[in-house]
Design a protein around this ligand. Structure first.
Ligand code: NAP
Length: 250
């Protein structure tokens, strides 16, 4: 019960890494609000999280929201604040890819990736930072990527968004450290989710050759790190980026 009585928001928690984070939080006693755009998946995760509650009083909330839209984020975050009373933990996990060589990348695909992956964390943090300052302590965890550290072929938009998240994390960490808010980033390597399913087998084989621990990551590998950063054991850590990547970047 690492997060007993904590109130958390996790964006993009209807599948993949976000879902594993939400499940871990619920198993550790947190009340949780999930943000995502697809109503069917939101209904499904609502039920799945209700089924693994460890306390009948635990609250599970799901909100249909496009995190790239400030007004929508403001509206649903205020609804969550009303229902929970406050928010202790914010995990910015929602993200997309729209890969192409720069020469072929449309302006629309560049903007969409920046808006969903990077502008979104401005939206959630801007809306929630004042209420979070009122807590005795709070945690913000941003899910970046090792691609934000080392770049990647065909991902100028995605790598820029993920590198931007790191700069944002470190800057906000400096701004709010005195208010007892820890802001950290996790940089996953290759994790088996729908996002990476579409990568061709040949490229996956190449990637595997560059992973010293010789396997792809599971969503749970990321959830384990996020759980640590969300709890009290990480109180003296802020402004850091944690690669969880089987040793790809070292
Ligand atoms: P995923 O399986 O595709 O899940 C993405 C989640 O984001 C879904 O719940 C999706 O729900 C939500 N989402 C997408 N657009 C949204 C929007 N506009 N507003 C709100 N929610 C939105 O992806 P994943 O692999 O779990 O990745 C999760 C995070 O980890 C991403 O930020 C990704 O960049 C990062 N990451 C992943 C890997 C990897 O190898 N998988 C590696 C490094 C970093 P809806 O479709 O219902 O909106």
């Amino acid at each position: 019960m690492h997060l007993k009585n904590k109130k958390a928001i996790v964006t993009g928690a209807t599948k993949g890494i976000g879902k594993a984070i939400a499940q871990a939080f619920v198993k550790h006693g947190a009340d949780i609000a999930v943000f995502a755009t697809n109503q069917d998946r939101l209904n499904r995760i609502q039920k799945e999280l209700e089924d693994i509650k460890v306390d009948p009083n635990q609250k599970i909330i799901t909100k249909k929201v496009d995190v790239s839209k400030y007004a929508e984020v403001e509206k649903v975050s205020n609804e969550v604040l009303n229902e929970f009373g406050h928010v202790d933990i914010l995990v910015n996990n929602a993200g997309i890819t729209k890969d192409a060589l720069l020469m072929k990348m449309s302006e629309e695909d560049f903007d969409r990736v920046i808006d969903i992956n990077l502008k979104s964390i401005y939206n959630t943090c801007k809306v929630l930072i004042r209420p979070m300052i009122k807590n005795s302590k709070s945690k913000i965890i941003n899910i970046s990527s090792i691609v934000g550290l080392i770049g990647n072929f065909g991902q100028t938009n995605y790598a820029a968004s993920k590198a931007g998240m790191i700069g944002f994390t470190k800057s906000l960490a400096k701004e709010v450290a005195s208010k007892n808010i820890n802001v950290n980033a996790v940089a996953p390597g290759f994790i088996e989710t729908e996002m990476t399913e579409k990568i061709p087998e040949k490229i996956k084989e190449q990637i595997l050759k560059n992973i010293p621990l010789k396997r792809f990551g599971k969503p749970q590998d990321i959830a384990n790190m996020v759980l640590f950063l969300a709890g009290d054991d990480s109180d003296f850590i802020t402004g850091q980026v944690f690669a969880v990547d089987g040793g790809m970047v070292m």
